[in-house]
Design a protein around this ligand. Structure first.
Ligand SMILES: [Zn+2]
Length: 895
């Protein structure tokens, strides 16, 4: 009987999921202070029993901060959808009471120029080290947030736990439990709606497969784990600001990956960014080893040194590294719900995934606490050696010239300042004897105008400044050789992200690297109040806005939104001795509101925009305002395809660009609805880049053809452009190319061609290398490389440019240029020797891409087809190409 009872008990304990959950042990032999509330007491569910939503997290952390003397809560930002972002400061009471002293100590260590070595010694011997744990930047990587709550709880509630006590005593743990609340709640709402009476273990079931767009991204569908230096999103801006207040020595970004995987932690895979010193890799190993010790003890599987690299500086793991943090990504296999059956025939519960992140969090905090002085010393030395590298290196500084769009240069300078990089601005002109430009000008003497921005590398943020501003960040030769080998065998390459991100190139701001330290009257630029006023005062005839700045486009967007009538010239003209470029906006008093002057004055001020009054249309040269070459700009009414196959990223970037960067409305419409929609209410339709083809959603596009003929402007990027070229659709008279340059035609024709092939010649040896090559293959993917495009500046799509633009190629798409009778090749990739600016490119791709099409224009009736080979607005961090897209939107309907 007894044996049977025991058996029944064991059965109940281990075989029924509920009983198992009751006894699940997150931490060995844990005992907790009953005064500290658990998640269950505040919210109603146990740790890892449910996926906790934002409002529940909010409630719990407020409660925790209220009850525990070891927790302080700080709100650091708000999402687009109005959810608050917080971090918890977890520390001993004495440390919490001297938080200001600790933060100021970190500021001092972060700038070794400001303190004596003895001061540094004193700070290092007296202050705790900072571990920053950030959870769930990808909202559908769910376990991280629940692990964050459990980590905070454990640290403040655990009794007789040596780990918790040393962590509280020797360190401050900053816990950001939820980096992307909008995405997380999007996931959970979907999950709760699709889950039935019992959670389903099948990975194919609806509850494990999100709708488009997934919860990975934020409201504007950005991957915020790429945004750390671009700072386009409020969540990222808030985090960077908070980071710079604290300068944590350790920063961990906790993620999830596919359900069949295990757990990943540092050290990372190759390639490493060359700005990372060897000492940093050693620190990564120290943290990795302690995690491994814990994982081995708990019998959790893990891997290191594979898949996740540390090259791109915009990751949550990467960006802090360039400031001297030990930056790490942790990845847990996701349950993507509450329970999932894995390919290895095991069942993984949500609570286990929470537990893994919880243990790695504690292990990380433990490593910092146990090595407190070493970690602080490391951080101080990192910052000190960064200054030294900058002082003694070949390149001493970067010089950013205000050029034709001073607002854009100022935006770039401000972007650097926002992320802790010191920038100065020249009050007067100066010269430098040894500078080199980004387009191969060689070392030269150059005069720089007042307003030039100077970024000296002799600063503690040198490594970040260098990798963001340098033209090219090289990859390790060994890594490149390995990719060549893998590509040859078709093993798949290991580029994890884009390989080019140089900010001066993306912003198209003239930049010089200097080998001498510039001397002049330089000062830190402050926030500048625009005092732009209308030049020439109130006009009796018209106002002019030269079309060569991003601010001009913002001005136009505002004017169009306010339904003010605007004209634009297709030809240059000279008036009162000044030359006005193609595209210049002409705002006539006639047919416009009486308060036009006041409205324009406001726009000039808000946008820091140059607006010129003229009382005459009598030009010295070129066209008058009444010319047939001056077009009335119809108000754009824009539709953007939303939903599969469109890439949610590409869709979100475009929406963000229009709504937030330029202040213009756009209507989102489900892609599959576009074929039946009443498009007559719109004159611009944008099909973003896509995963796969638009074939299924849009068919042969016949429903759009009349709309275009009647004056519609269809804009496509990337794979959407490929859809236009299909034989059935036939909206663009070009083809995507196969590897080697042949057209990517349909299968049937290929078969016909094959019939004509001759029989193999058996007298010659069989060339196995040649014969095993695939018959039909797209060119190998170019991994996010910045290349140069030559523009046809007579075409309205290229107005505002002086002949070239820098674009990112991040695909396998290569399009043959249009024949002259079919359309215009407004943008062509430059010849091979001038093509590549930054990032990696395969030799074959370079040869094949040269002189091929980037931006194509074709007429259909009264309308236009505007096709980009790539997304011209990748990550919304390419300010230099904004006008190409805005030209299509604002000038298309007028032509
Ligand atoms: Zn992730």
């Amino acid at each position: 009987m007894k044996v049977r009872c025991l058996f029944t008990l064991l059965y109940l304990l281990f075989m029924t999921p509920f009983a198992f959950a009751q006894n699940f042990e997150f931490y060995p032999n844990a005992k907790y202070n009953p005064a500290i509330p658990t998640l269950e007491q505040v919210i109603g569910h146990k740790w890892g029993e449910k996926i906790t939503m934002h409002h529940e997290v909010e409630k719990y952390i407020h409660q925790l901060a209220e009850v525990s003397k070891n927790v302080r809560l700080v709100k650091y930002a708000e999402t687009w959808e109005g959810r608050s972002l917080y971090y918890m400061i977890v520390a001993s009471e004495p440390n919490l009471s001297r938080i200001d002293e600790i933060k100021s100590g970190m500021q001092k260590l972060a700038d070794p120029r400001q303190i004596a070595v003895t001061d540094a010694d004193r700070i290092i011997s007296s202050l705790p080290a900072i571990t920053w744990l950030a959870y769930g930047v990808h909202g559908n990587e769910i376990s991280s947030t629940d692990a964050a709550l459990l980590t905070a709880y454990h640290l403040v509630a655990a009794q007789n736990d040596s780990l918790a006590s040393i962590v509280l005593q020797n360190s401050v743990v900053v816990i950001d439990p939820m980096e992307n609340p909008d995405g997380r709640d999007r996931f959970i709402n979907y999950f709760r709606q699709t889950t039935g009476r019992w959670p389903d273990t099948d990975q194919q079931s609806a509850e494990h497969r999100e709708n488009w767009p997934s919860g990975r991204s934020n409201h504007y569908l950005f991957d915020m784990n790429r945004d750390w230096f671009a700072l386009t999103q409020p969540e990222t801006r808030g985090r960077v600001k908070a980071y710079l207040e604290w300068f944590p020595q350790v920063f961990v970004d906790l993620h999830e990956m596919g359900s069949n995987s295990t757990y990943y932690f540092a050290p990372p895979a190759d390639p490493l960014n060359p700005e990372m010193p060897a000492s940093q890799i050693e620190m990564l190993k120290k943290y990795g080893r302690n995690n491994a010790k814990w994982f081995d003890r708990m019998k959790f599987d893990y891997f290191t040194r594979e898949v996740f690299d540390s090259f791109y500086p915009g990751y949550g793991e990467g960006w802090p590294m360039f400031h001297g943090s030990v930056g790490m990504t942790y990845e847990q296999a996701s349950a993507r719900g509450l329970v999932v059956r894995r390919d290895d025939e095991t069942t993984m519960h949500y609570r286990e995934t929470v537990q893994h992140h919880f243990i790695s969090s504690l292990s990380t905090a433990e490593t910092t606490a146990k090595n407190r002085a070493e970690v602080l010393r490391y951080f101080y030395d990192y910052r000190r050696s960064a200054i030294e590298e900058g002082r003694t290196g070949e390149i001493k500084e970067f010089l950013l010239v205000p050029g034709s769009d001073p607002n854009r240069a100022a935006k770039l300078a401000n972007l650097l300042q926002q992320q802790g990089i010191e920038v100065k601005k020249a009050a007067a002109a100066f010269s430098n004897r040894r500078v080199e430009d980004y387009y191969g000008g060689g070392v030269q003497f150059k005069n720089f105008p007042a307003g030039t921005f100077i970024v000296s590398l002799a600063q503690p943020s040198k490594r970040l400044a260098k990798t963001l501003l340098d033209k090219h960040t090289p990859m390790d030769d060994k890594f490149i050789k390995e990719q060549l080998r893998r590509e040859k065998k078709k093993l798949g390459t290991q580029f994890y992200d884009v390989t080019g991100w140089s900010l001066p190139l993306l912003y198209d701001v003239e930049c010089y690297r200097s080998r001498d330290v510039s001397l002049g009257n330089f000062a830190v630029p402050g926030a500048e109040n625009s005092n732009a006023a209308i030049q020439g005062g109130k006009s009796q005839l018209a106002y002019l806005i030269p079309w060569d700045t991003n601010a001009a486009a913002r001005g136009l967007a505002t004017l169009q939104r306010k339904s003010i009538r605007v004209h634009s010239t297709d030809m240059e003209f000279t008036l009162n001795g000044r030359k006005y470029p193609r595209g210049t906006l002409i705002i006539k008093l006639k047919d416009n509101p009486n308060d036009l002057f006041e409205q324009l004055t406001e726009i000039a001020k808000t946008e820091n925009l140059e607006i010129i009054a003229t009382n005459s249309s009598w030009v010295d040269d070129g066209v008058n305002f009444g010319s047939g070459n001056v077009a009335f700009l119809q108000k754009p009414k824009i539709v953007l395809a939303y939903n599969t196959p469109a890439s949610s990223l590409s869709t979100g970037w475009t929406r963000y660009l229009l709504e937030q960067m330029y202040g213009y409305p756009v209507t989102l419409m489900h892609t599959e609805q576009l074929g039946n929609a009443d498009l007559s209410r719109y004159n611009v339709l944008i099909l973003p880049d896509a995963f796969g083809s638009y074939d299924r959603a849009l068919g042969d596009g016949s429903s759009f053809k009349d709309w275009i003929r009647n004056g519609g402007t269809l804009i496509t990027y990337g794979n959407a452009t490929q859809w236009l070229t299909g034989e059935k659709v036939g909206l663009l008279a070009t083809t995507r190319e196969l590897k080697g340059g042949k057209a990517d035609k349909d299968e049937k024709k290929d078969k016909d061609e094959k019939k004509e092939e001759t029989k193999p010649d058996l007298t010659k040896p069989f060339d196995v290398e040649k014969e095993i090559q695939p018959e039909k293959e797209l060119p190998i993917e170019t991994p996010g490389t910045i290349v140069r495009v030559a523009l046809d500046t007579e075409h309205w799509l290229a107005f505002g440019y002086d002949g070239d633009a820098n674009v990112i190629v991040n695909s396998r798409n290569i399009y043959t240029p249009l024949k002259l009778d079919k359309g215009t090749n407004v943008g062509l990739y430059m010849p091979e020797d001038k093509l590549v600016l930054s990032g990696f490119i395969w030799d074959d791709s370079k040869k094949q891409l040269a002189n091929k099409a980037f931006l194509l224009h074709q007429n259909l009736g009264d309308g236009h087809i505007v096709a980009f080979a790539e997304d011209p607005n990748t990550r919304a961090f390419m300010d230099g190409t904004n006008l190409l897209l805005l030209n299509a939107i604002f000038f298309g309907p007028a032509h």
